[in-house]
Design a protein around this ligand. Structure first.
Ligand code: DGU
Ligand code: CA
Ligand code: CA
Ligand code: CA
Length: 197
């Protein structure tokens, strides 16, 4: 594990405009707890990064406190992003789109890692997820469809599940993934396919 050379305190949410790429070059970003949030389970904290439609976030380390992490609006790519200590949650899909995570890791979430608040295709490749309540949670009580694809990941220590939803149409396909201690694995997920795990 490489330690970031520099830590940047973020006082107001960094917005990555539509179609643009933000390259953190391996630096650590932490939230100013007074302006963004302290990374506790309190709702209403602000994200450290906000990705507009078609934005890419890469080579970023999110340190503590990570407040409400990363919010995505539309399509987004999150590449080689490491959450050292998940805040309220790590990433939230705020509006409809295809969100792709490639590489990186997240750990130490009191509850949720990825929160899906809008219909989405959510693809997660070669990601390490450890020590949280659940890896993915679709907004409680929502009935829209979320399609999840998990490929080549390592998932350990989820108290409740890898994916929890209240929607009968949401689906997950998990392949080439190693997992252990993931609670009930799928919590109320009606459509599951798995291979090579
Ligand atoms: O309990 O709206 O946890 O986006 C209802 C809340 C909750 C969200 C979610 C989030 O579902 O705040 O962080
Ligand atoms: Ca929450
Ligand atoms: Ca945490
Ligand atoms: Ca949140």
């Amino acid at each position: 594990e490489v330690k970031p050379s520099e830590t940047i305190t973020v006082n107001s949410t960094i917005i990555v405009p539509a179609g643009e790429t933000f390259d953190g070059k391996g630096k650590r970003y932490v939230a100013n707890p007074k302006t963004l949030g302290d990374g506790s389970q309190a709702e209403g904290q602000k994200p450290v990064f906000r990705l507009e439609n078609g934005a890419t976030l890469k080579n970023v380390v999110l340190g503590a406190p990570a407040a409400d992490g990363v919010h995505t609006y539309g399509n987004a790519v999150v590449e080689n992003v490491v959450w050292e200590d998940i805040g309220e949650d790590a990433l939230t899909i705020k509006s409809q789109g295809r969100v792709v995570i490639r590489g990186g890791s997240a750990q130490h979430g009191s509850d949720k890692m990825f929160q899906v608040n809008a219909p989405a295709t959510f693809e997660i490749y070669h990601f390490t997820a450890r020590n949280a309540g659940k890896m993915i949670r679709q907004l409680g009580g929502s009935t829209f469809k979320t399609s999840i694809y998990i490929d080549g990941c390592v998932i350990t220590g989820m108290k409740e599940a890898i994916f929890r939803t209240d929607s009968t149409t949401s689906e997950v396909n998990m392949v080439n993934t190693r997992y252990s201690n993931v609670g009930s694995k799928w919590y109320n997920v009606r459509n599951v396919s798995e291979s090579n795990n």
